[in-house]
Design a protein around this ligand. Structure first.
Ligand code: SF4
Length: 216
């Protein structure tokens, strides 16, 4: 396992590779962000970005979603995986925001996780991207990279990975660190055939060193 000090060095190296890493989900408001994040579960950000302009034109705020039926929402998101369930969540989200939060997306994790379809990871994304509140969201890329680099143990939970990273990295680097790790996971540390031979973190990475020894 990497120490906190080396964990910070590793993630800051990734941040240097992607100094301009930004969110890949298009959203101009906290409402659009929370909807986009909900839609992105088990779907690509590209597919979500293609669907949301028409969705937001028809349902621009929580109040319009609150009075819709899932069947009215489905046509706007049917190109996205699990659209049937997601349409139900969106209507429930609109109702919850309208009735319990006066139509305003809350900016605390404790409140965000009470919204339908919003778990801790999604809440962290909304906090960081929509409100600039320091939060570190652990997704599939962060999980894979953390375990390969031994920032985390092989059997660590998502919550444990979040704790390991947030106790090693200064708070003001959490949001950028999260986005940089996603870029790195997409472009270098792929799930299949990672680019270990060209990776600037190879000297810190037991997985990469072993992978190259086995695969030349
Ligand atoms: Fe990922 Fe390979 Fe780099 Fe390790 S050396 S972080 S496995 S790309």
């Amino acid at each position: 396992m990497l120490t906190k000090k080396v964990t910070r060095i590793a993630i800051e190296r990734i941040m240097k590779m992607y100094p301009n890493a930004v969110p890949s989900l298009d959203a101009r408001t906290p409402f659009q962000k929370v909807v986009s994040v909900l839609l992105s579960a088990q779907a690509t950000d590209v597919s979500v970005n293609k669907a949301t302009p028409a969705l937001f034109a028809r349902f621009p705020d929580p109040a319009t979603l609150a009075v819709a039926t899932p069947a009215e929402v489905e046509p706007y998101i049917k190109t996205i995986g699990l659209y049937h369930n997601k349409a139900k969540y969106l209507v429930a989200l609109g109702q919850k925001l309208t009735h319990d939060f006066a139509g305003v997306v809350p900016n605390t994790r404790a409140e965000l996780v009470t919204l339908p379809g919003v778990g801790r990871k999604s809440a962290n994304v909304v906090l960081g991207d929509a409100f600039g509140v320091p939060a570190f969201a652990v997704d599939t890329h962060v999980t894979r990279i953390s375990k390969r680099l031994t920032i985390a143990a092989a059997n660590d939970s998502v919550r444990q990975i979040e704790t390991r990273i947030t106790t090693a990295l200064p708070e003001d680097e959490w949001i950028h660190g999260h986005h940089a790790m996603i870029y790195f996971g997409r472009e270098v540390c792929h799930a299949k055939k990672p680019e270990c031979a060209h990776c600037p973190l190879l000297d810190l990475c037991p997985f990469g060193q072993n992978y190259l020894a086995m695969n030349g």
